[in-house]
Design a protein around this ligand. Structure first.
Ligand SMILES: [Zn+2]
Length: 440
């Protein structure tokens, strides 16, 4: 019943509902202000046009939810990661909103929501929407192509490619007085699946800052380091377990292995398989659909228990969960852990309290309700699809806004460093707190 307390429609939002009578823009982060993930933000001006961007949660145990949304008619979804979309069905249940997204995102939303519902039922976690809300949400989706302008109230807006993952979009909004760009999660580097984001000029930039203060290694060198390690493990008779997020990362990893042209037996398991099919079904949203088709033919897609047993003797297993929080990765690890020739190659950030973090720090992991010691070598690689510090700075320089609002980043020295660098070229920098309405 906890969620009934958290989400009683119309009663717990701290959003300032008073009409605006000047040229200011009101913005209010329900979540995702000074934190990574959990994103939801409401924008409004004096025309009374009020929209929300994203509504997600962090699927920790227990889950971390943003604040309740005020009444709105439209939510624009940047991309299909759960920390941006996980709560959108609640908006439909409570406010019957239209959900605007790209076609690629729409295809993935259905899968992500169904999976979220399934996992929350199995784990007994509270979720403030049910199966019927999910069906209603699917009926309220409005699909938009990149670069085509639409209207909500008195605002015009369009999606622009954001890099990051296929279907991910930045949002350009023109109010009668302001030009706004919302980056969503974005990356100016190209990845195997998508081309990088390009800047446009606006007055107000809302920018995610996951990597403020942090630089990523050179991508080619990092791929080479990964491939070298794979070869070393395989040459010594071992199997590499490569935990990877299902939506974007897993497919990138397959592409790096395929690009190496090595004679490797690579198995692909988990939800990433279905996502790969969706990428292939949406050729306008991926960088090279023919390459993805070849990768799909080349990789061994695991679809049965006997496939899993074969994978154990293969060279590389790419699977979920990317943070070793469960999923097929636990099944594999439980078998691979007895032979020290095998190795674990982590391909992304490992959150606090995640299986991957416990593996890195304590060489142990909870598998199927039992804590077990893992004596395999663990390596970690950085294949992030977010803009890093230098790219964030360059992006702001290119967009050249009068104001930049930093969000989707933890308060840190890195944030302060970014703020200082941006102020140096005359931009006013804002670092909004959650649950507060600001005027700009
Ligand atoms: Zn994302």
């Amino acid at each position: 019943m906890i969620f009934m307390v958290l989400y009683t429609p119309g009663s717990t939002s701290s959003y300032d509902l008073t009409p605006i009578d000047d040229d200011n823009l009101r913005y209010h982060f329900l979540g995702g202000g000074m934190e990574v993930g959990n994103v939801g933000c409401v924008l409004e001006d004096k025309t009374g046009t009020r929209i929300q961007i994203d509504y997600g949660f962090v699927p920790t145990n227990p889950p971390n939810f943003p604040e309740e949304a005020p009444p709105i008619s439209d939510v624009i979804i940047t991309h299909s990661h759960i920390d941006h979309v996980g709560l959108a069905p609640w908006l439909v249940a409570s406010h019957d909103v239209n959900i605007h997204c790209t076609k690629m995102t729409a295809d993935l939303l259905e899968m992500i929501w169904r999976d979220t519902y399934k996992v929350s039922s199995i784990e007994g976690q509270p979720l403030p929407w049910d199966k019927r809300d999910l069906e209603d949400a699917l009926n309220n989706i409005v699909i938009h192509s990149f670069d085509s302008w639409s209207e909500i109230g008195e605002w015009k807006w369009r999606f622009i490619p954001a890099g990051h993952i296929p279907g991910a979009a930045m949002i350009e909004i023109h109010t009668p007085t302001r030009k706004i760009l919302w980056t969503g999660d974005f990356d100016t580097k190209s990845s195997p699946c998508v081309n990088g984001a390009e800047p446009i000029h606006v007055d107000i930039l809302f920018m995610e800052t996951t990597y403020a203060g942090k630089e990523q290694p050179n991508r080619d060198e990092e791929v080479q380091r990964f491939i070298t390690r794979v070869v070393d493990v395989v040459e010594h008779g071992g199997t590499c377990l490569v935990p990877a997020f299902a939506n974007g990362r897993g497919q990138d990893i397959l592409a790096y292995l395929w690009d190496s042209k090595l004679d490797l037996e690579v198995h692909f398991d988990g939800m990433g398989k279905r996502i790969l099919n969706h990428f292939i079904d949406n050729p306008d949203y991926v960088r090279d659909v023919e390459k993805l088709k070849e990768i799909k033919r080349w990789a061994r897609l695991v679809s049965s228990k006997s496939d899993r047993k074969k994978a154990i003797d293969g060279d590389v297993i790419v699977t979920t969960s990317g943070m070793l929080n469960g999923g097929p990765s636990h099944w594999y690890l439980n078998r691979l852990r007895h032979d020290q020739r095998n190795a674990i190659l982590l391909t992304g950030y490992q959150a606090e309290n995640s299986g991957g973090r416990s593996l890195l720090e304590e060489s142990r992991l909870d598998i199927f309700g039992k804590t077990v010691d893992i004596n395999l070598q663990v390596d970690q690689y950085s294949f992030s699809n977010h803009a890093d510090h230098s790219q964030l700075v360059k992006f702001v320089k290119d967009v050249n806004p009068s104001d930049v609002i930093l969000f989707h980043g933890n308060p840190s020295e890195g944030q302060e460093l970014l703020k200082k660098e941006l102020q140096n070229f005359g931009t006013t920098v804002h670092q909004p707190e959650n649950k507060r309405s600001y005027l700009l």
